[in-house]
Design a protein around this ligand. Structure first.
Ligand code: CAA
Ligand code: FAD
Length: 380
């Protein structure tokens, strides 16, 4: 068993670390305050190859492994989780979904643009009445021969306003329940496709979250992904990998908050000494460090499972469940270690605490991860 990172992985880590420090850190507080999408930063991430990291180079991707991807996700998330969620959705939901299950024509037309960052993607499963209960899809796609007619509402869609291409899950044969669901590629600007206002959020405020409405949108049949009725499996299989990306995001938020708290504890003095010399603070740092290391092992194991061709449904869910709890706990403690300064924007940790919460909600809440894990455990 080898726990060390390869030379290549270290180079990727350093590149992402430098990018986060030089390009994401300046302006991160302002983007959060103003809910400003990181347009320039996303463009640069596309140029660096961060938006299609695991995609085959023949479609414009980086041809990298999942370990590289989680390393980049951790480094970006240490500084700006609003930016890293764009990376996560584009890589592990949209690009992966298309590369694994799209046909050659779909890959040529859409994947190449997405993998190079010329276009941004969105993944549209959630609805007002179908979040955790994802089989209860009410958006309909009626088969009209050479096309489908799409009607319904998707909500909470990340990259909702900025995306060019949308993977939309919809019900075609209601009587077949989850076996009657399909996944489609929908382009921005198609008649009847409306983008609602941007959500005003607690955290990841720079990311772009919208409700989408589909009113008799004509979707050509060639834009259906996979066989008729494959849409729910498509969503579940794609999300299994997506959860590894969000676990890495949670790990990064935790590690970023911990780094700031440790440095602060070495310079802030009370009662004649640096606060790290008070055992209450030193023990907090010890607990944070242990939990972050444990989370990192789970994230790496899930990424390794994916790279090895093992089933990663459970290891991805375990990594997300644990790392998101660590992100929440660590960021709360980081605010505590900063005292009053932790409560103001200038010191970053209050933003990290707000950003941490979403990792327990999206791509399956913590309760849903426990359903996935327990079903996996109890399956014979
Ligand atoms: N891989 C392949 N197939 C899977 C699967 C997986 N990981 N998980 C389930 N399935 C299949 C099942 O085998 C079953 O098919 P068969 O009947 O052919 O066997 C079918 O899907 C239905 O499965 P269940 O009976 O288990 O379905 P369920 O209604 O009990 O729900 C669930 C299961 C795991 C709770 C699922 O609904 C779920 O994951 N909910 C959470 C939804 C979610 O994560 N949404 C995230 C939206 S995207 C997002 O959030 C992005 C972002 O923020 C950035
Ligand atoms: P509900 O399903 O209504 O759950 C409410 C509560 O009940 C939760 O605590 C949940 O864990 C619990 N619960 C529900 N069912 C059970 C059960 N069986 N057992 C135990 N507890 C249960 N979706 C997309 O499709 N694409 C995106 O890009 C996307 N981006 C998002 C970005 C943001 C900022 C947010 C907030 C959400 C995003 N989502 C996206 C939606 C997200 O995936 C859902 O919010 C999430 O899956 C939970 O669904 P819900 O909000 O409907 O909560």
């Amino acid at each position: 068993m080898d726990f060390s990172l390869s030379e290549e992985h270290l180079m990727i880590r350093d590149a992402a670390r430098d990018f986060a420090k030089n390009e994401l850190l300046p302006g991160v507080i302002e983007r959060d305050n103003l809910q400003k999408f990181p347009t320039e930063q996303v463009k640069k991430m596309g140029e660096l190859g961060f938006l299609g990291m695991m995609v085959d180079p023949k479609y414009g991707g980086g041809g990298m492994d999942t370990i590289s991807y989680v390393i980049v996700m951790e480094e970006l998330s240490k500084v700006d989780a609003s930016c890293s969620v764009v990376v996560s959705v584009n890589n592990s939901l949209v690009c992966y979904g298309l590369e694994a299950y799209g046909n050659e024509a779909q890959k040529q037309k859409y994947l190449t643009k997405l993998a190079t960052g010329q276009s941004i993607g969105a993944f549209c499963l959630s609805e007002p009445e179908a979040g955790s209960d994802a089989t209860s899809q009410r958006t309909t796609a009626i088969d009209k021969g050479d096309h489908y007619i799409l009607n319904g509402t998707k909500n909470w869609i990340t990259n909702g306003g900025t995306a060019d291409f949308y993977l939309v899950i919809a019900q075609t044969h209601k009587e077949k329940k989850h076996k009657g669901i399909n996944a489609f590629i929908v382009e921005k600007g198609w008649e009847g496709f409306e983008i609602g206002p941007k959500e005003d959020k607690l955290g990841i405020r720079g990311s772009d979250t919208h409700t989408l409405n589909f009113n008799d949108v004509k979707v050509p049949k060639e834009n259906r992904i996979g066989e008729d009725g494959f849409g729910f499996k498509f969503a579940m299989k794609t999300l299994a990998g997506g959860r590894i990306g969000i676990a890495a995001q949670a790990l990064g938020i935790a590690a970023g908050a911990y780094d700031l708290a440790r440095e602060y504890s070495k310079v802030r003095k009370t009662f004649g000494t640096e606060i790290c010399n008070h055992q209450a603070i030193a023990f907090k740092l010890a607990d944070m460090h242990v939990e972050i290391e444990a989370a990192r092992h789970l994230v790496m194991k899930a990424a390794w499972d994916k790279d090895q061709g093992n089933d990663y449904t459970m290891s991805g869910a375990m990594a997300k469940l644990y790392a998101s709890q660590v992100a929440m706990d660590t960021s709360v403690e980081a605010v505590q270690i900063h005292g009053g300064n932790g409560f103001v924007k200038e010191y970053h940790v209050e933003r990290m605490m707000r950003d941490a919460k979403i990792t327990q909600i999206y791509e399956g809440t913590s309760e849903i991860q426990k359903i996935v894990i327990s079903r996996g455990l109890l399956r014979d």
